[in-house]
Design a protein around this ligand. Structure first.
Ligand code: FES
Length: 105
């Protein structure tokens, strides 16, 4: 972890446009997405019932939890359809050199 609390999770070029990389920071499963040339990170834990939400189908910036079909906005974490009602946590993402880093502290 960097002094300012960011953790490297991928290298630039590793995540194609519209793609994602699953990662683990400490004991937390997260995923980093590349959308419109920017990176976004969310927990890979659905707020409905703990499903692997970041592993679901992605259409634009909307991801569908594979367990019961709740949809979330990957850019904001907002829950946009039932059965989830709470947003999924998001994290700051930055690029330093060729490293994609997630804000963790
Ligand atoms: S666990 Fe994700 S919709 Fe139920």
């Amino acid at each position: 972890m960097s002094e300012d609390g960011f953790v490297t999770v991928a290298r630039v070029g590793e995540i194609p446009e519209g793609g994602r990389k699953l990662a683990r920071i400490e004991d937390q499963e997260i995923a980093v997405f590349r959308l419109d040339g920017e990176y976004f990170a969310i927990d890979d834990v659905c707020t409905h019932d703990g499903g692997p939400v970041a592993e679901g189908e992605l259409v634009g910036c909307i991801i569908e939890c594979p367990r019961h079909g709740a949809k979330f906005n990957v850019k904001t974490g907002a829950a946009i359809s039932l059965p989830a009602t709470s947003p999924v946590p998001t994290y700051a993402v930055r690029v330093r050199g060729d490293e994609i880093q997630v804000g963790w502290a």
